[in-house]
Write a protein that binds this ligand. Structure first.
Ligand code: ADP
Ligand code: MG
Length: 254
């Protein structure tokens, strides 16, 4: 059976001042699929993520099309998008993604109370269950803490939990493991894996790290200077990379 893509990017071009940061990018993400956008630093990955999320700065000039669940998203700010085309997000910097003054529990209960209409005690139970599902130890105690009282890996998994609680059909994670040590990276990758498996949400995983991509994603879109240079199944890209940049990535990961 053939289904429609949850995300469809066509000939996306983004200009900031005179600088063309994304230059004709096209790719699809199918429902439940984990796709990685892989490229060196400065290749336009974060601008692509921001365009999908509706978070581009006002000085960005954008052309092309971004369809989320079939709805055109360019020029529709995140807050004005219809409910079914909202996208959840996880960023590299988990500390600034969370409110520093509010407990983890109150921040995580919020989407359950606001979007799913749960009672306070049901929202609390859902929060604890969600944290436990991401292998966070002692969630009952964890929810009483503020973000600064958690380790980087715990905090990043809280951010993933927050994105999961929003129950969207697409999650965009921009370098969520880049600032973490390898053990913590593995925990965060597992959490993302688990989330997509249990919710059938699709994931656009943005990274410069081929190793992390290979642990999590089925397919990769490889970009250089805002353009796609190669795409396909990750296994195939790793065993027979065609483009010199992909070949260099594979050689460096060995
Ligand atoms: P990536 O996420 O792949 O590292 P980005 O999407 O952040 O790359 O950036 C793409 C290009 O845009 C880079 O060449 C970068 O130097 C440039 N850039 C980043 N931030 C800004 C900004 N605020 N204004 C203008 N150019 C920027
Ligand atoms: Mg970036």
């Amino acid at each position: 059976m053939c289904s429609d893509p949850v995300l469809s990017v066509r000939d996306l071009r983004i200009k900031i001042g005179q600088l063309q940061v994304v230059d004709g990018l096209s790719f699809d993400v199918m429902p439940g699929e984990r796709v990685c956008l892989l490229g060196a630093s400065g290749s336009g990955k974060s601008f692509t993520a921001k365009a999908v999320l509706g978070l581009l700065p006002p000085n960005a000039r954008t052309q092309g099309s971004i369809r989320i669940q079939g709805q055109e998203a360019i020029a529709t700010p995140a807050t004005q998008r219809p409910k079914n085309s909202r996208v959840s997000m996880v960023f590299q910097d988990s500390l600034s993604a969370l409110n520093p003054l509010v407990s983890i529990g109150s921040q995580l209960r919020e989407p359950f109370l606001r979007h799913h209409g749960l009672s306070r005690s049901a929202a609390n139970d859902a929060t604890v269950a969600l944290l436990a599902s991401l292998d966070l130890p002692d969630p009952q105690r964890l929810i009483k803490r503020t973000p600064a009282e958690l380790s980087g890996g715990q905090r990043q998994r809280v951010c993933i939990a927050l994105a999961m609680a929003c129950k969207t059909s697409l999650m965009v994670a921009d370098e969520p493991t880049t600032a973490l040590d390898v053990v913590t990276q593995a925990q965060v990758l597992r959490a993302l894996h688990q989330h997509t498996d249990s919710s059938a949400s699709a994931l656009l995983f943005i990274t410069h790290d081929l190793h992390a991509a290979a642990q999590l994603c089925q397919r990769a879109v490889i970009i250089e200077r805002g353009m796609m240079i190669e795409s396909g199944e990750l296994d195939t890209l790793i065993t027979s990379p065609q483009h010199p940049f992909t070949q260099a990535l594979v050689a460096a990961a060995h």
